[in-house]
Design a protein around this ligand. Structure first.
Ligand code: FMN
Length: 345
């Protein structure tokens, strides 16, 4: 699997998720079998680049290659500038966001709203490709199947994108109108795959190794991308890799193993965010990890009151040790949790 000239370790990708797939989480997914992970979106608005949030998103210190940064915006020249800015900060692949359904993004004619204005969408693709070409940085695009059931233009847009020099497209099998409701369909992904020569990535509701195999087979996609099912369960990538290689399902991880991954993740997380922010923003990752375990809900409530990193680490360690003493294992793969994207409220 390649993106332009860049060879990837495999065809299992971690999806960009604002507020979730920060550098520590991407690193964790890569350690546990993802061949590729895309950053949370970075705005093309220059006035926000120096904000703490955006500067953290543009910090790739120590990140395993290839470093991929998603940019979002509505203006071709600004998007080209954003691409160049992120390349200076280490991006080796630039991804254009044409999938986000959030009002905040759509009202400014960005994210999935771009799918409704194909001329502007392709103008942006042209400008970003031109800005990246001198640096040998491939440009990819992530979209939905269309704006609504009656405006499903993913195939036409993907063909236009390929002609503009886009190196790979990812399709989330829902329209913008659907938000995260209903179920993802993969016929449109298959139609996109049949219409272009560049790699196509299938995304949406892939939450078990068997589903990963089914989606790859039914779409002919070159890769799959997983978002919500990796929340609290980043080892899903190695489970899928094992299943695709052997046809067998791995047993769920031992509690001790999961504890080790979570504590290493917390350490990385605190280093990026610092004590005050880190202890709070880590809570969602801990909560997702423990939610399906016996006593997980009670532990989560207690853990949410802890205000220091050292106490959070100690509480997580002790709680997992008690589970291990009782001979528990991590639960098997589950349906993707309902989205908790704060931007969709
Ligand atoms: C919390 C959250 C944040 C997201 N942020 C982004 C984003 O910044 N850029 C993007 O292209 N998609 C974003 N998405 C969409 C995901 O990348 C993915 O397309 C979607 O969740 C469907 O895949 P899944 O069913 O595997 O989760 C986000 C999704 C969630 C749940």
């Amino acid at each position: 699997m390649r993106i332009g000239h860049i060879q990837l370790a495999n065809r299992l990708f971690a999806a960009p998720m604002a507020g979730v797939t920060d550098r520590p989480f991407r690193q964790l997914c890569k350690r546990l079998g993802a061949g590729y992970a895309v950053s949370e979106m970075v705005t093309s608005r220059k006035d926000l680049w120096s904000s703490l949030k955006t500067s953290r998103r543009a910090d790739h210190a120590g990140e395993a290659a290839p470093i991929s940064v998603q940019i979002a915006g509505t203006d071709a020249a600004m998007m080209a500038e954003a691409a160049a800015y992120n390349i200076e900060r280490g991006a080796q692949i630039i991804d254009i966001n044409m999938g986000c359904p959030a009002k905040k993004v759509c009202s400014k004619w960005a994210g999935s709203a771009l799918m409704r204005d194909e001329t502007l969408a392709l103008e942006i693709a042209d400008a970003v490709v031109a800005a990246c070409a001198p640096h040998d940085v491939p440009v990819t695009l992530k979209m939905r199947t269309g704006w609504s059931a009656s405006e499903r233009n993913a195939v036409r847009l993907a063909v236009g994108a390929e002609n503009a020099g886009i190196a790979m497209v990812t399709v989330h099998g829902r329209t913008r109108e659907q938000g995260y409701k209903g179920t993802a369909e993969y016929d449109t992904v298959a139609a996109v795959k049949a219409a272009v020569r560049i790699p196509v990535v299938a995304n949406g509701d892939i939450d078990t190794p068997a589903k990963a195999g089914e989606v790859l087979a039914s779409t002919g996609a070159d890769a799959i991308m997983i978002g919500r099912a990796a929340q609290g369960r980043p080892w899903i990538f190695r489970e899928i890799a094992h299943y695709l290689d052997t046809g067998d399902e791995l047993p769920p991880p031992e509690v001790d193993e999961a504890k080790g991954w979570l504590l290493a993740h917390l350490d990385d997380h605190y280093r990026l965010y610092g004590e005050a922010t880190g202890v709070r923003s880590a809570r969602k990752h801990i909560g997702w990890t423990v939610q399906a375990l016996p006593g997980g809900a009670e532990f989560r409530t207690r853990m949410n009151l802890i205000e220091t990193c050292a106490q959070q680490v100690a509480a997580v360690g002790d709680w997992f040790d008690e589970l291990a003493d009782r001979g528990e294992r991590m639960p098997t793969a589950r349906r993707a949790p309902p989205t908790s994207d704060p931007m969709l409220q």
